[in-house]
Design a protein around this ligand. Sequence first.
Ligand SMILES: [Zn+2]
Length: 135
Amino acid sequence: MQAKNIKNKKKSIRELDKQIEKLTDKLLLFDQLARGSVATIKTKCGVKVCRRCLSGKMHPHTRISWTENGKGYTRKIPEDEIEWFKSTSQKYREFKVIRRDLKKLELKKKKMVDSLENLLLIETRKLKPFLWTKK
Ligand SMILES: [Zn+2]
């Protein structure tokens, strides 16, 4: 029965490898990534008689912000780069999902290899009585 168990474990490791390779291929397709999100904020211009400010419309600015190594950043973004940034930061979110899935699979593979190692050690030990640790 153990022989079948070992065979199945090896097969599962191969399967995981294929899934890992697929995800790696997906990751390698990305060329540009950008962290962060876009927000429009309204500011007062400082002119006391400004109609926009008095009416509450104020002056909208588009900003991007992100966190990197625990530090927050906010930057102005040129109008004509907003669409680029939105799609590139969306790609980054997709990239991170793939990375997370890849990490899960790699961990699963590691556990499976550990388990195969144990199985093989035990099965080998069964064939060679001098390898037993208990008498
Ligand atoms: Zn104003």
